[in-house]
Design a protein around this ligand. Structure first.
Ligand SMILES: Nc1ncnc2c1ncn2[C@@H]1O[C@H](COP(=O)(O)OP(=O)(O)OP(=O)(O)O)[C@@H](O)[C@H]1O
Ligand SMILES: [Mg+2]
Length: 396
């Protein structure tokens, strides 16, 4: 009777159906929640992987660009005593993590020295990260150096790591540091002092361990006087300042460099350059080289390229590289005036030159070949190679 009553009671019947539906819905909700949670976990994993891929990609890009542009071991050619003393001092601080500020005119070898310091530091196994502060567009410099979060600005579709983050555990080379905009300098100071920064559009404070080598061809003191550079940042960078001399103050190195570049480009262009016109040598030694070693390198590169025989003939018409270039361009091959065999006495063979340079370097090192201040290190050669060159040149 009771059961029949229950069965036939319309309200009870509909209540039971509602409960069933409710229960079924609850199950669906729980199942969906579980699915959402598992998807969320997968998404987190995916994001973490993506981040790792991006970080690796950035490191890979830098390593590739390094291999393309950097010689395996930096060349520090020169016997000038002031230059050698600078190289010696730089190598002394290479091992310490001190900030180094390299000053000097354009083309004096600031980047070469920075690479040499990094290559001799404990961080040498990690790639040196180079930033040219002069070529970074003003609006992008912060994001380039410190990175940005997704959506930090229009076009920031993804989180990007900055160069300081990529350089974590390694060295960063801040070229043309005088060009860093005043607005960015405070952020710079903080990362130099505490290694701390935030990505653009981010709130999380990040910490990195980066050794800084900065370079400038401008006077930072003058920029401070013009209120374009923060003096506190200058003092922070100026812990170990190094000033590279212009080439006109180390003329004894001109021949050494000519020899080095003549060899380098003869090899690169598949030329067989055996000697150099003595008149050319005299001109090269008298010229003032406002563009320093880079300018000399370009002059030799072009001379090797246009050489029609095995003799390097260089003309620097008015002591000005631009007019030299124009004069070269204006020369037709028929007008190239190489001096014939009858004038051979006017030439010095590259071997004679080499013998002379090696002797000069050995005199400077008092005969020492190996070691960090030995002749081999100065000439950028392994000691065994230098010994076999000396044997070939009959040098004792
Ligand atoms: N001591 C050196 N021995 C051999 N080559 C050198 C030396 N110093 C510089 N060079 C060469 O001269 C050129 C200019 O050097 P680098 O780029 O280091 O100069 P820089 O001072 O950084 O110039 P800028 O101020 O214009 O950036 C490079 O091709 C480099 O290989
Ligand atoms: Mg440079």
């Amino acid at each position: 009777m009771k059961q029949a009553e229950l069965k036939t009671h319309p309200l009870r019947e509909s209540q039971g159906a509602d409960e069933d539906e409710l229960l079924a819905n609850q199950h669906t909700i729980i199942a969906n929640q579980e699915r959402i949670q598992s998807n969320q976990a997968k998404l987190d994993l995916l994001l973490a992987n993506q981040e790792a891929i991006l970080a690796n990609q950035a490191k890979l890009d830098l390593r590739i660009s390094q291999q393309e542009h950097t010689p395996a071991s930096p060349e520090m050619i020169g016997v000038n005593p002031i230059f050698r003393e600078i190289v010696r001092k730089a190598r002394t601080v290479a091992g310490a993590d001190a900030t180094v500020l390299v000053c000097g005119e354009t083309g004096t070898g600031k980047e070469v020295l920075a690479r040499d310091i990094h290559a001799r530091s404990a961080r040498r196994d990690r790639p040196l990260v180079t930033v040219n502060c002069a070529t970074l567009p003003a609006g992008l410099i912060e994001s380039d150096l410190f990175g940005h979060e997704k959506g930090a600005f229009t076009g920031a579709f993804q989180r990007k790591l900055g160069r300081f983050e990529v350089a974590d555990g390694s060295t960063i080379f801040l070229d043309e540091v005088g060009e860093v905009p005043l607005e960015t300098q405070a952020k710079f100071l903080r990362i130099l002092q505490h290694g701390e920064f935030e990505r653009v559009g981010g709130t999380q404070t990040l910490k990195v361990d980066v050794r800084v080598i900065a370079a400038t061809n401008q006077s930072l003191e003058r920029l401070i006087a013009e209120q374009k550079f923060r003096s506190d940042l200058f003092y922070r960078l100026n812990v170990f300042p190094i000033t590279l001399p212009p080439l006109r103050h180390r003329r004894e190195d001109i021949l050494l460099l000519v020899n080095h570049f003549a060899r380098k480009y003869a090899r690169r262009f598949g030329r067989d350059i055996s000697s150099i016109n003595q008149d050319s040598l005299r001109q090269l030694q008298e010229y003032d080289w406002p563009g320093n070693i880079r300018e000399l390198e370009h002059v030799i590169e072009r001379a090797v390229l246009i050489a029609e025989g095995d003799i390097l003939d260089i003309e620097l018409p008015s002591g000005n590289e631009e007019s030299y270039r124009l004069a070269l361009d204006a020369r037709t091959p028929a007008n190239v005036n190489f001096i014939g065999d009858a004038d051979a006495h006017r030439f010095v063979t590259l071997e004679d030159n080499e013998r002379h340079y090696i002797r000069q370097v050995l005199r400077h090192t008092r005969g020492r070949i190996a070691g960090s201040d030995g002749a081999a290190a100065i000439l950028g050669l392994p000691p065994s190679t230098l010994r076999s060159r000396m044997k070939k040149l009959e040098l004792n």
